[in-house]
Design a protein around this ligand. Structure first.
Ligand SMILES: CC(C)(COP(=O)(O)OP(=O)(O)OC[C@H]1O[C@@H](n2cnc3c(N)ncnc32)[C@H](O)[C@@H]1OP(=O)(O)O)[C@@H](O)C(=O)NCCC(=O)NCCS
Length: 115
């Protein structure tokens, strides 16, 4: 059963500016070490940060609780590249389905929470 859905879109350039301005402090506030490692594999990492940022916002919407914080959620990729989500909250036993896309200017993500 579907318990919640969420979607988010972000301008990659805005996130790039925030990262350039606030540097590691910003990255470490929003992303887990594994998420940072994934993005840094790429010469131009900003679409990958932006995709994860949009994914976390989409997941907040899908959870509909408003109490999660950035790093309670970790997004990793399967060997095929598919994004998978871990939500580190005691007692959370549902599933979160996630999809991410990015183009030149935007990243978008959709999340679905199921039983
Ligand atoms: C998977 C595929 C559809 C992605 O298309 P794409 O246009 O490159 O993807 P977009 O630019 O829209 O989005 C990129 C995001 O798609 C997601 N993604 C990548 N591979 C994926 C996959 N196999 N399944 C689901 N989502 C995938 C990732 O979240 C990625 O962003 P991230 O690397 O920052 O996490 C495409 O690579 C493809 O058709 N590949 C061939 C089939 C396949 O499954 N190959 C896997 C190789 S083992």
């Amino acid at each position: 059963m579907i318990l919640g859905i969420g979607v988010d879109i972000i301008e990659i350039g805005r996130l790039q500016k925030a990262i350039e301005r606030w540097g590691e402090d910003f990255l470490n506030h929003v992303f887990t070490p594994e998420e940072i490692r994934w993005a840094k594999k790429y010469k131009f990492p900003y679409p990958h940060y932006a995709g994860r940022f949009a994914a976390k916002e989409a997941i907040f919407k899908a959870l509909g609780e408003g109490q999660a914080s950035w790093k309670d959620i970790e997004i990793q990729n399967s060997p095929a590249g598919r994004p998978e989500c871990t939500y580190r909250k005691n007692g959370f036993q549902n599933n979160i389905l996630l999809t991410i896309s990015h183009s030149k200017d935007y990243a978008v993500a959709q999340a679905i929470v199921t039983e």
